[in-house]
Design a protein around this ligand. Sequence first.
Ligand code: DAH
Length: 359
Amino acid sequence: MDGLDALKAKYLEGVSGAGDEAALEELRLAALGKKGEISLKMRELGRMSPEERQTTGAALNRLKDEIDAALRAKKAALADAALDERLKAEWLDVTLPGRPRRMGTIHPVSRVMDEVTAIFADMGFAVAEGPQVESDWYNFDALNIPPEHPARQEHDTFFMARAEGDNRPPHVLRTHTSPVQIRAMTEQGAPIRVIAPGRVYRMDMDQTHTPMFHQIEGLAIGRDISMANLKWVLEEFFTAYFGVKVKTRFRASHFPFTEPSAEVDIQCSWVDGQLRIGEGDGWMEVLGSGMVHPKVLAAANVDLAEWQGFAFGMGIDRMAMLKYGIPDLRAFFESDLRWLKHYGFTPLDVPTVFGGVGG
Ligand code: DAH
């Protein structure tokens, strides 16, 4: 019996002092393994008298269970300690403020295109597109600007180079978004209501002109669409865009692709060198418009006997400058990060009519 007590003391002490799982496994083998001390003692039972065997056997079994339980308990304790250790090492303060990430901004021109598109979409206009490299037929002829027409010179057109012997029709960088009128009508027929925002190109460069700039074209063709509808649509648009009631003034003008034609001014005033849209008795020209010329309808295979409508064309860059107080057009295209940061918009702020694109 003394021998068993000594064994018990030895193993329980060993277990409690074990530093890791490997040490525990070593102790388990030494005590309970096939050739372990307890197992060897079990084998001796065979040589004992029945009475002796009974008491010693029971004592050995108890000892075996005790050591086994101690081993398991210690193993669990070691695992807990290891987990605690790990949790401490990998601790993370989720309440710390995030590291600021540099975010790009939406260019004012893109922003204004989105705003304008949202407003016209609300009035039932879809977006139409056309190529920036355009044939001179779409850019001029189909819009009733024949080759000898002075408007061709006024547009300061960029012509695409053609190799000698290349007989394809001449192509230009489109000088306005008006050719999209022809494409949209040819593809969709009438009735139709579209706007066409996009880049246009003219050989021009000074404080108020850049060789590439942006326009938005509008086109509405129906059975009885008139100048009155044009005026209503434009006043709705300007009022939504600037966030204040804006009056318009139509002045008789001339464009080859409209008859009659009108230039449109919006009401404004200058107060202490500051421009105010929608108040005062000043006027500022913002777009060209008119009733689509019969020759233009014919070029797009629209039946003149049945259909008529209005068109307009407006500079987007200018609209952005007016609304967001941007003084110099050229800065739009210089990609100066400080400028973009200052005048740019957060990408998460998507303009909607119900959210109020105005003001
Ligand atoms: N295309 C003209 C330009 O670039 C603008 C314009 C005027 C467009 C009258 C139109 C229009 O649709 O009806 O100067």
